[in-house]
Design a protein around this ligand. Structure first.
Ligand code: AGP
Length: 616
């Protein structure tokens, strides 16, 4: 139901008829927030209207619900209306003051928000110049202040929400309570998920169905560009494009278990996260500011040498970045797997710059490599998905991918968004030294749409290709140039979740040893990109064919010479080779996923592996 939407921050809102709740509203908010914990978060908070005096009260704190519970006092919050939030930091570190809800200057409007307000810096500057006092570093806080201004101009809350919707740019969903309207929760949605629950003398609004599934399974999924309010017995829904909506026609009764609902109906988090990639990519593209890139580029352009260190999938993203920094920006770049840092310990110097890539920001090997670099006086740029985690905290500068929490052990959306962030960095560096990167930047911006199209067009075929690997003992993933780290990532996916031995190497190496392993039916996956290596791959494919290999190709659309020689192929859109790894990896992720499922394994919890490796 939520295909393509991203997990990140949790919103819940409840409005009920006076005196009908059988426990304190704070307690109900706590229960609902616990159902959203799977989305990942670093702080928690809620706002309610005190039934004894009509006051709007906000309670919030850094930490998980269990750590923050005493401070938040869920059990003594009495009222009939409340909004709650679990925050996954994107702007501003995890802290009490950055936790949601955020309020206007007078404390009469409280807002919880999921997503990114892209134009918040400009809005914040203007609001401050008009006398608004900000208490947090978040993008969210512009919303209550904008609403405050609109209300003071005489707009009704629903008009103010509609007007704010026009002012805000980005991907977001938010819920608001106004002290002067003590039984309504207002909301708006632009891309980030939002769903309404219809209860008995109570209604709900949340980021995801599990939040209120204990109370109702009657839902309305709020769509792009819609806004409105809920009261205990009413739902008002309007679209910026289509006007007032007949809500009755939109009610659905869902038959999901809470576990199914957490995965938005997908059988596994990994598949959900593969499908979330278009929106995750969009968030990375929107979230990266020119300022943060420029600061990092300044370091890179002044560096004597650049060292990239990372582990696993993040290392593969690092190799893509290495290729781009070397060939595009012509910067001297060396990459190594973090746990091998000892080789370089005596080599790092204060004139070097390190790039440490880690989605979790907590991988111990990468942290140790970072510390070695820093000890030698090198400056370090961290590329991470988790704000204020150890690696970005200890680095001189952090670039965030903003892919949202990744629950499946196999990295998917964090890999493609790392590539985007790193290529943006490489493009900025290259353009600063006079290289025209217009085509690459253009293709980076096309990635979200192309990825959505690839998933739609090729998932069924990838399922068949994955299922055909059911008996495979081993596979090769081959390419050349920037296709090699892509192949390494494809092979890693197959190994870690389908438990099929897979090896990736530059295709030109086959004759130097590995081709000895080829026998009838041996799967070899070729990635053919639109680069100078393309023609060379023809010979590599035919040498595999001649020995009975089962050759499978990801090839540029319309390349008949490859269609003729491959056993099976998937046609990919034409895209710049530098950007191709972020797109070509998507079918590889799906092939590995379906191979794992057909072999009877749970791709979310591969044996022997942990999501974050915190021991050396
Ligand atoms: C890949 O699917 C794995 N989850 C693993 O290789 C991972 O990329 C590696 O452990 C590094 O993790 P990090 O990005 O959190 O540092």
């Amino acid at each position: 139901m939520f295909s393509g939407e991203i997990s990140m921050c949790g919103i819940i809102g409840i409005t009920s008829e006076q005196g009908t709740l059988i426990e304190p509203i704070g307690k109900i908010i706590e229960k609902c927030l616990r159902k959203l914990e799977y989305r990942g978060y670093d702080s928690v908070g809620f706002a309610y209207i005190d039934s004894s005096n009509g006051e709007l009260i906000v309670r919030k704190a850094e930490g998980k619900i269990d750590q923050a519970a005493r401070k938040l006092g869920f059990n003594d919050a009495n009222g009939s209306i409340a909004i709650g939030h679990t925050r996954w930091a994107t702007h501003g570190k995890p802290s009490d003051y950055n936790a949601h809800p955020h309020t206007d200057c007078k404390g009469l409007i409280a807002v919880v928000h999921n997503g990114i307000i892209q134009n918040y810096l400009e809005l914040r500057r203007k609001l401050i110049s008009r006398g608004h006092a900000f208490r947090s570093e978040t993008d969210t806080e512009v919303i209550p202040h904008i609403l405050e201004e609109l209300i003071s101009k005489g707009l009704k809350p629903i008009e103010a929400i509609k007007e704010a919707f026009r002012i805000l740019r980005g991907t977001f969903a938010f819920a608001v309570i106004f002290a002067m309207e003590p039984n309504k929760i207002y909301f708006a949605k632009q891309t980030s998920p939002l769903v309404i629950g219809l209860g008995n003398r109570a209604n709900y609004v949340a980021s995801d169905i599990p939040a209120f599934l204990e109370y109702t399974n009657k839902v309305i999924v709020v769509r792009q560009g819609e806004f409105g309010y809920i009261s205990p017995n009413e739902v008002y829904l309007e679209s910026l494009d289509y006007g007032v909506i007949n809500v009755k026609s939109r009610i659905r009764v869902i038959g999901w278990t809470p576990e199914m609902a957490m995965k938005s109906g997908y059988p596994h988090f990994m598949l959900k996260e593969i499908h979330e990639q278009p929106i995750a990519m969009e968030r990375t593209l929107q979230g990266l500011t020119r300022e943060e890139l420029e600061e990092a580029v300044k370091l890179l352009l002044n560096a004597n040498r650049i060292f990239i260190a990372a582990c696993g999938t993040s290392f593969h993203a690092g190799l893509v970045a290495d290729y781009a920094l070397t060939t595009l920006a012509k910067l001297p770049t060396h990459s190594f797997i973090s746990s091998e840092y000892l080789k370089y310990s005596n080599v790092f110097s204060e004139r070097d710059v390190g790039i440490i890539i880690s989605q979790s920001g907590e991988t111990i090997d990468s942290l140790m490599a970072l510390r070695k670099m820093k000890k030698a006086g090198a400056k370090v740029i961290a590329v991470s998905n988790v704000i204020d985690s150890a690696i970005p905290r200890e680095a001189d500068l952090a670039i965030y991918t903003r892919a949202g929490p990744e629950i499946g052990v196999a990295a998917t959306k964090t890999f493609t968004t790392q590539i985007i962030a790193l290529l943006k960095l490489a493009c900025q560096a290259a353009s600063d030294v006079g290289v025209d990167v217009g085509v690459i930047e253009n293709d980076l911006n096309r990635l979200p749409k192309l990825t959505a199209r690839i998933i739609r067009a090729h998932e069924a075929k990838c399922k068949i290709l994955g299922e055909e690997l059911i008996e495979a003992k081993s596979a090769f993933y081959l390419s050349r140039g920037i296709g090699v780290p892509l192949s390494m990532e494809g092979a890693l996916k197959l190994k870690e979740i389908a438990y099929i031995h897979a090896e990736a190497y530059p295709a030109g190496e086959s004759k130097h040893g590995p081709i000895a392993l080829i026998e009838n039916g041996f799967p070899v996956v070729f990635s053919v990109l639109l680069d100078d290596y393309k023609e060379h791959l023809i010979g590599n494919i035919t040498e595999m064919n001649a020995r009975g290999a089962n050759t499978i190709g990801l090839i540029p659309r319309g390349e008949e010479q490859f269609m003729k020689i491959l056993d099976k192929y998937i046609e990919m859109p034409h895209i710049h080779p530098m950007v191709a790894p972020a797109l070509y990896v998507v079918p590889m992720q799906m092939i590995a996923y379906y191979a794992a499922v057909s072999r009877g394994y749970d791709p979310d919890k591969p044996r022997n592996l942990a999501k974050t490796v915190t021991v050396e």
